[in-house]
Design a protein around this ligand. Structure first.
Ligand SMILES: Cc1ncc(COP(=O)(O)O)c(C=O)c1O
Length: 484
């Protein structure tokens, strides 16, 4: 052997090099520490272990360590081996910047796309996760099936059939990293088949429009009104694919009306188009019985997509597609080439969570809470922002609040920020943001009723505040507004 390698520390000694082994080892460790590859406090292997790894005598390692201790790179600690020295200055340095809590210092943070975080069913999840882990045989710690673990596909196909009237089977389901990956897979598969455009609702979630474009398809905007996408306008376009959120479109909250559902399906059949259905927020419908998924009307034409991001948490990154037979292999190819498979442990835990009925119990528990928050938001808007028109109130975790003409959403959002309230404008969700009517997207899902009421009261004050006049209210940390 001419080389001695420690794969743990990425060290490689060359026996042919003139410099002796001790000096090579010393230099490599010093470089690793200086470059930060070995960070302050990192523990080094015991000299016996490293010597065995490298196939050198123990004295080589002991001498190298001793020299580096003398040089101040390493320190030896009684009973706990040798570690990279922690400089007194680095020990007292503030911790590396962490992801700051965006809500810090705010009266109300109307964040979109996040369900109530404290409601995550920690205990049930922990129980299912542990059971799933224990049930995996030793031979099971390999790549999960690219299609998704069978247990989850079986649990979801039964659940989606029962709750959303989706017509599918474990064989037609594909598990992916959130709905976002699912949409990327469909977009790429269609692109590979030669499509170059996909119709999208206008407005739709801006991120999704970018994702579709990133996959090489031109997103073609089609107007959406209170009854969902304008199918007549769609039918006039030369497109063979459309992306819709029939249960609750984002951000407007429009629900696709029954006549439009039928029209959309017959258009898809007539021109042999693919409809991608984002079954977004379907679980949170407050005033009427939820309508079933569009996919149930035309499983041969509709790719159905769902996710745990709103029902449980976007931290999981778990989503799924139910796809027509003709497209399934293409989607599988895209999935396999994307990431081989979605993480199996979470899939197995989710399978148990769904199958045990805990998903249904969880939704039954949180739905009334969201409904009360929605009602609190509507009441506060009526009291403090009566000129604005809330839309999309029947479902979901957000309201689309149309502002009266003549104001700009950016101004209102900035003035609200000065009063400690974070709200998002809706413009970037529109295909042509500059022409977008002024509106706010008010995510109420993760705020208490009282925070919603206080936040909207402050929003009302921000709205009434004449342009160019500072609020004088207690400012959020980033505000630089002068006192009046
Ligand atoms: C319109 C819409 N659909 C679906 C999702 C869920 O996406 P994912 O599963 O990628 O988190 C979101 C999340 O923000 C969304 O806004």
């Amino acid at each position: 052997l001419t080389q001695a390698i420690s794969s743990d520390l990425l060290l490689r000694l060359d026996r042919h090099e003139r410099r002796d082994l001790r000096r090579q080892l010393e230099r490599q460790l010093r470089d690793a520490i200086s470059s930060g590859r070995l960070s302050a406090g990192a523990t080094l292997p015991a000299s016996r272990v490293l010597a065995r790894d490298l196939g050198v005598s123990r004295s080589v390692v002991v001498e190298a360590y001793t020299q580096l201790v003398a040089d101040g790179y390493l320190e030896g600690r009684q009973g706990s081996g040798t570690r990279v020295r922690i400089e007194p200055s680095s020990a007292t340095k503030p911790p590396a910047p962490s992801r700051q809590d965006p809500a810090r210092g705010l009266t109300a943070h109307f964040v979109n796309g996040i369900p109530d975080q404290p409601s995550f069913p920690r205990r049930a999840w922990e129980r299912h996760y542990r059971a799933a882990l224990q049930a995996i045989p030793d031979s099971g710690f390999r790549y999960a099936e690219p299609q998704g673990v069978f247990e989850l596909r079986a649990a979801l196909s039964a659940y989606l059939g029962r709750v959303r009237a989706v017509r599918t089977s474990p064989e037609q389901l594909l598990i992916c990293g959130g709905f976002a990956q699912g949409l990327a897979l469909v977009s790429r598969a269609l692109r590979a088949r030669g499509l170059d455009r996909m119709a999208v609702e206008d407005p739709c979630f801006g991120y999704h429009r970018h994702l579709i474009a990133n996959a090489g398809l031109e997103p073609v905007p089609v107007a959406i009104d209170d009854h969902g996408i304008d199918v007549a306008e769609l039918a006039r376009l030369d497109v063979r694919a459309v992306f819709v959120s029939p249960a609750h479109s984002y951000p407007t909250g429009a629900v696709l009306a029954p006549e439009r559902r039928a029209a959309l399906v017959s258009w898809a059949r007539r021109v042999e188009a693919i409809v991608i259905e984002d079954d977004y927020d379907a679980e949170f419908r407050y005033d009427r019985e939820p309508v079933g998924a569009l996919q149930g009307l035309a499983p041969d034409r509709v790719v159905y997509g769902g996710s745990t991001s709103k029902t449980l948490s976007p931290l999981l990154r778990l989503g799924w597609l139910a796809a027509p037979d003709g497209l399934f292999d293409d989607l599988m190819r895209e999935k396999f080439l994307d990431d081989m498979a979605t993480g199996g442990l979470e899939q197995l835990a989710l399978a148990r969570f769904v199958e045990s009925g805990d998903m249904t119990r969880h939704l039954r528990r949180v739905r009334p809470m969201y409904r009360r928050r929605r009602d609190a938001a509507l009441a506060a808007l009526a009291a403090h922002l009566p000129d604005a028109t809330p839309r999309g109130v029947a479902a979901g975790l957000n309201l689309y609040v149309e502002l009266p003409d003549g104001c700009t959403e950016r101004e209102v959002a900035e003035r609200a920020r000065e009063r400690g309230v974070f709200v998002e404008g809706a413009a970037w969700h529109w295909a042509r943001p500059r022409q977008a009517p002024p509106a706010l997207v008010l995510g109420y899902g993760s705020l208490s009723e009282s925070a919603i009421a206080t936040g909207i009261e402050a929003l009302g004050a921000a709205f009434r505040q004449p342009a160019g006049v500072a609020s004088g209210a207690s400012a959020a940390p980033t505000s630089s507004s002068p006192a009046p």
